[in-house]
Design a protein around this ligand. Structure first.
Ligand code: PLP
Length: 439
């Protein structure tokens, strides 16, 4: 066994992993650069998923590596409770400038899950601060992924992530999901049908009354559920209904933020303005964990004005605005700007769309969908074994030197924004070859 391999796999209880299968047939990554991972044996694996939808500028980018290392030597940690350090303020200001419209304030957390919990708590505290403390209900959506905190799984809509964990938050309801293969299969970009599904919010208002509803949270494009692209007009309708009923709208942009759709945020891409945006992943190019919430000026100002004690929000994490994360975030934002990576993603998206839709006639494929530099390739499930075919495809792709992500029977793709056309071709050819051989 090479010296770099751990000599025992047992102790690490791996997250969202079939531990027994993995430990019987481990797949290890030892090194990464640009669009490539390398196994401990030195085998190259093309990263078709930006790690976990997060390494948007490609791996081990030198300016980020240097920024983290300089920061670790200069100021390793500083509390942000009643103290501050310059890079936290600098990063918040840079993010406020990048966030759409009047989302001018940033609350820092360490992950997408914490970002979501923070946004839900801010929504509740805001309603209370403005004298509408009875507005406590939170509305999520079926098939949504909002991380794994109790707030996130409560508003989330993935059954396996919810069913094992008891009653979760009370006072939560869900919109229907928008995935509709009967009407929208093989859509290029936003599907035509389904804007009316937003009207389910009217029914929830009819059931609970708007006076009890604090906020609606949705991923503007669902990533983890398998790239579910919102139907044309759907998000606009949701925004209008939230306005009509005085309900906050939160976009969870943990995946869609930082260029994934060819714009800074999905809110820019769709031209729909939420009241809060949660972010994580790409903010530091995943080099150091960081998450956060972009908050509108209206919410921030009111919370500060109406606070009933000197501390306006009783919420925060030891590592909110951690110096290493802020240094990584600033360096990542520089790369995105200097290399115009969001523009690059937009320019590549037509090539990407043609490439992934060329898989429409590949074996087992029942849908191909795409937006920006994402794609979902849905496979027909095996009789009585949902998810097994895509899991086998994941293993076979890895063995053929391609990292993909699977969820259920969907192969989800999201390459780094620096991906080259020849690499896109390789992604598609590898998947076709794997599907051809797969039962
Ligand atoms: C939309 C969305 N929200 C929240 C999360 C949770 O982020 P984390 O795993 O950093 O807690 C994810 C992770 O994929 C996500 O896709």
């Amino acid at each position: 066994m090479p010296a770099s391999l751990p000599n025992a796999l047992d102790a690490f209880w791996m997250p969202f992993t079939a531990n027994r299968r993995f430990k019987a047939e481990p797949r290890l990554l030892a090194r990464a650069e640009g669009t490539r991972y390398y196994t401990p044996e030195g085998r190259e694996v093309l990263d078709g998923t930006s790690g976990l939808w997060c390494v948007n500028a490609g791996h081990t980018r030198a300016p980020i590596v240097e920024a983290i290392s300089r920061q670790a030597a200069e100021l390793d940690f500083a509390p942000t409770f009643n103290l501050g350090h310059p890079k936290a303020f600098e990063l918040a200001a840079r993010l406020a400038a990048l966030l759409p419209g009047d989302l001018d304030h940033v609350f820092f957390a360490n992950s997408g899950s914490e970002a979501v919990d923070s946004a839900l708590k801010i929504a509740l505290a805001y309603q209370r601060a403005r004298g509408k403390g009875e507005k406590t209900r939170l509305i999520g959506r079926e098939r949504a992924y909002h991380g794994v905190g109790f707030g996130g799984i409560s508003v989330g809509g993935i059954v396996k992530n919810r069913m094992h964990f008891g009653g979760m938050l009370t006072g939560v309801d869900h919109l229907p999901h928008t995935h509709d293969l009967a009407r929208n299969a093989f859509s290029r970009g936003q599907p035509e049908h389904g804007a009316e599904l937003a009207d389910a919010l009217e029914r929830l208002v009819g059931l609970h009354d708007a006076s009890t509803i604090a906020a609606v949270i949705v991923e503007p494009m669902s990533g983890s559920a398998g790239v579910l692209v919102p139907p044309k007009g759907y998000l606009e309708r949701l925004r209008a209904l939230c306005d009509k009923h005085d309900i906050l709208l939160i976009f969870d942009e943990v995946i869609t933020g930082f260029g994934r759709l060819g714009a800074p945020f999905a809110a820019d891409h769709f031209g729909v303005r939420p009241d809060m945006i949660t972010f994580a992943k790409g903010v530091t190019n995943a080099a150091v964990p960081l998450g956060g919430v972009g908050v509108s000026k209206a919410i921030y100002d009111l919370m500060l004005e109406r606070a009933d004690s000197p501390v306006e929000l009783f919420h925060g994490y030891t590592y909110s605005g951690h110096p290493l994360a802020c240094a990584a975030g600033l360096a990542a934002l520089d790369i995105y700007r200097d290399e115009d990576l969001f523009g690059r993603a937009a320019a590549l998206s037509a090539y990407w769309e043609d490439a992934v839709h060329s898989l429409a006639d590949a074996r087992h494929v029942i849908d191909v969908r795409n937006l920006g530099l994402t794609a979902g390739i849905e496979l027909a499930p095996r009789e009585g074994a949902a998810g097994a075919r895509a899991t086998d495809a994941f293993h076979a792709c890895f063995d053929q030197g391609l990292l993909v992500r699977v969820t259920g029977d969907i192969i989800a793709l999201s390459p780094p924004l620096i991906v080259e056309k020849a690499e896109i071709d390789r992604i598609v050819e590898t998947i076709r070859a794997v599907l051809t051989r797969l039962d």
